[in-house]
Design a protein around this ligand. Structure first.
Ligand SMILES: [Zn+2]
Length: 330
C-alpha cells in the first residue's frame, strides 16, 4: 500500500501529465496560424518561366461569382442532375468544368476563407462558423482577391446572400443584401432574397464584381437529404439563375465589345463551397463532403474568352479548392 503522501504525489503527477496532454492536443488541433498582414504587389510576383517579369494583363474586366452552398459535383455532372443548362454549356465547350477537392472542415466559413485567400483554414474556423456574433474571423487584414480587386484595381464589389461574407469583409462591399444561414428549414425565401437582386444588379450600368451566395440547396440537404424530392427542383431553380446571368452578360459583352474593341469580357464563376454526405450534412471528410467521386466542386463559366483560350478543353480538371485563386489571377 502507498502512503497518503505517495498517493498525493502520484495523483499530482497524473494531473500534470493530463494537462500536458491537453496542451499538446490543443496545440496540434488548433495551431496558431501566422498570417502576413498587408497586400502583396505585382513586384513580389516570381518571374515567368522565360525569366521575364512583366505584370500580367488582366483577361477580364468584370466578374460574376455565384456560389451555391453544398453543391456536390454529381448535382451538376450526374445523370439525374437538374442543371441541364449548365451541362449544355459544358457539352458545347462554352464552360470549363473543374472538380475541386475541399479540405475538412467542410463548413462554409473555412471554405470561403479558402476560396478568397487561397490558404487552408484550420479547425478553429469550424467553431467560429457557428458563432453568429463572431467578428474575430474578419479577413480585413489578410491578402485576398476581394481586397485586391477593390483597393488595387479600384473595382466596386456588391454582395448578395449568406451574410458570413459581410462579417468576413466588413465595409468592403458597395451594396449588400445578406441572409442568415441558420434557418436551415427555409429552402425558398433564402434563395428568393438573392435572386431578386440578380437582374437589377446586372442591369445597373458600370458594375464590376457581383457575388451571389445561395443557401437553399444546402438547406434542402440538411432538411431532407441529397436525394429528396426537393433536390432536383432546387437544382433546376439554380440552373435557371445561371441561365439568366449567362444570357445577360453574354448580351452585354457583345454590346461592350462592339462599342469598344479594347474592353475585356466578363468572367462567370459558378462554384460550391463543400459537398454533403448521404444524410445531407457536412463538416467532416467523408467521400460526399470532399472526395473525387461526389465532389464539392468549382466550375468556371466564362463568356467569350474562355472559349477562345480553352476552345479544345472540355473535361473535368481535379483541383485543390483553394488553388482556384491562382486560376482567377490569370
Ligand atoms: Zn450546411
Amino acid at each position: 500500500m502507498y502512503s497518503p503522501r505517495k498517493k498525493c504525489q502520484i495523483l499530482f503527477n497524473i494531473s500534470i501529465l493530463q494537462l500536458l496532454g491537453i496542451f499538446f492536443f490543443a496545440k496540434g488541433f488548433f495551431p496558431y496560424k501566422t498570417s502576413l498582414s498587408g497586400l502583396s504587389t505585382v513586384n513580389e510576383l516570381p518571374p515567368l518561366p522565360n525569366g521575364e517579369k512583366t505584370p500580367l494583363e488582366p483577361k477580364f474586366d468584370r466578374l460574376v461569382f455565384m456560389l451555391i452552398d453544398a453543391l456536390r459535383s454529381d448535382f451538376v455532372f450526374g445523370k439525374n442532375s437538374g442543371m441541364e443548362f449548365v451541362q449544355s454549356l459544358v457539352a458545347e465547350r462554352r464552360a470549363i468544368p473543374y472538380t475541386a477537392i475541399a479540405t475538412a472542415p467542410t463548413v462554409t466559413l473555412p471554405r470561403i476563407k479558402a476560396l478568397t485567400t487561397g490558404t487552408v483554414p484550420n479547425f478553429l474556423d469550424a467553431i467560429l462558423n457557428i458563432a453568429e456574433s463572431d467578428t474575430s474571423s474578419s479577413l480585413a487584414d489578410q491578402d485576398n482577391w476581394l481586397v485586391q480587386l477593390k483597393n488595387v484595381n479600384n473595382k466596386s464589389i456588391s454582395f448578395f446572400g449568406d451574410d458570413t461574407w459581410i462579417k468576413l469583409f466588413p465595409g468592403l462591399f458597395h451594396e449588400t443584401d445578406g441572409t442568415t444561414s441558420f434557418f436551415a428549414t427555409d429552402t425558398v425565401e433564402v434563395d428568393l432574397n438573392v435572386t431578386r437582386n440578380v437582374i437589377p444588379q446586372l442591369s445597373k450600368p458600370g458594375w464590376d464584381v457581383l457575388i451571389f451566395h445561395y443557401l437553399g440547396l444546402d438547406h434542402v440537404g440538411h432538411s431532407t437529404g441529397p436525394y429528396s424530392n426537393l433536390m432536383v427542383p432546387k437544382q433546376r431553380e439554380m440552373d435557371e439563375v445561371v441561365k439568366i446571368i449567362y444570357e445577360i452578360i453574354l448580351e452585354q459583352d457583345k454590346k461592350r465589345i462592339r462599342e469598344d474593341p479594347n474592353v475585356k469580357p466578363t468572367l462567370f464563376v459558378l462554384c460550391g463551397d463543400h459537398g454533403m454526405n448521404e444524410a445531407g450534412n457536412h463538416g467532416g471528410s467523408s467521400i460526399g463532403e470532399i472526395s473525387t467521386v461526389r465532389l464539392p466542386y468549382v466550375f468556371y463559366l466564362s463568356v467569350l474568352m474562355v472559349y477562345r483560350i480553352f476552345g479544345k478543353v472540355c473535361f473535368q480538371f481535379l483541383v485543390a479548392q483553394q488553388n482556384w485563386l491562382k486560376t482567377l489571377k490569370w
